[in-house]
Ligand binder design. Structure first.
Ligand code: PGA
Length: 249
């Protein structure tokens, strides 16, 4: 696992945006999966701006949303669906057949998961995944206790995810389950980047480094990935010891 530490959130986000743009330049039909949320927001805005500025052809990319709040409609501004259309899909003019988001209102969750798994397989697998880390160490809605060999699945949300998730919504919203791409997909993805910023993530980042790989702390799966990088700002890395990261980047 590689570790990179950047001065601040802006520098971290710039670096992620550059990786995304370079991948698309190299591989015009790249298959990309991103988490939504506060951490990846600036990286998404920056890579979209760069693509538009440099007039890079994105007509062949495929883009997957990592997860979704079950039961939250797409027009709700706190949904992952809304995030991706607003920040990436609409600005880039991506077409319906290029983008994959879970239907949060499905009445057949198993079928929805199967469709996602089939879409990833049909795309030839994921080239790049960019994920965040929850305060409880989750990745997407792969909550503590998740089986690492799961493909797409639905999971009951942790109390901390339900409470913390309210920050995305304008009004108090009932959250109970998440539908998510699974960690077996992460393992099979060619390149995986986990990003975290700010003091509030320092403790869970420290635990991720200190603990052995275990399903109670899903983020520890990063240690098993053959091309995985954790990218942090200084604040998120502040509890790590010097030998736990290489500050060069
Ligand atoms: P955040 O969420 O980026 O809004 O902090 C991270 C997560 O829960 O995965």
């Amino acid at each position: 696992m590689n570790v990179k530490v950047f001065t601040d959130y802006e520098e971290l986000s710039e670096a992620v945006a550059t990786i995304v743009v370079d991948l698309i330049k190299r591989t015009p039909n790249a298959v990309i999966c991103f988490a939504s949320g506060h951490t990846p927001l600036l990286a998404c805005q920056l890579f979209v701006a760069k693509i538009l500025r440099e007039k890079i052809d994105v007509s062949a990319i495929r883009f997957f949303s990592l997860d979704e709040w079950v039961g939250v409609p797409p027009e709700n501004q706190g949904s992952c669906h809304h995030f991706f259309y607003d920040v990436i899909f609409n600005p880039l003019g991506l077409t319906k057949n290029q983008v994959y988001v879970f239907d949060a209102l499905t009445n057949n969750e198993a079928d929805e998961c199967k469709k996602m798994d089939e879409a990833i397989a049909a795309a030839g697998g994921l080239d790049l995944m960019v994920v965040g880390i929850g305060m409880n160490g989750h990745i997407g809605f792969n909550e503590p206790g998740v089986a690492f060999d799961n493909y797409s699945h639905v999971m009951a949300l942790d109390k901390s995810t339900i409470e913390g998730g309210q920050k995305y919504f304008e009004t108090n919203t009932i959250l109970s389950k998440g539908i998510t791409i699974g960690l077996q997909h992460l393992i099979e993805t060619k390149q995986v980047i986990m990003i975290a910023n700010g003091d509030k993530k320092a403790e869970i980042i420290k635990r991720t480094f200190d603990e052995t790989v275990n399903e109670q702390l899903p983020a520890t799966i990063m240690k098993t990935h053959k091309n995985g990088t954790i990218m942090l700002d200084k604040a998120a890395a502040s509890l790590l010891s010097a030998n736990q990261f290489d500050a060069s980047h």
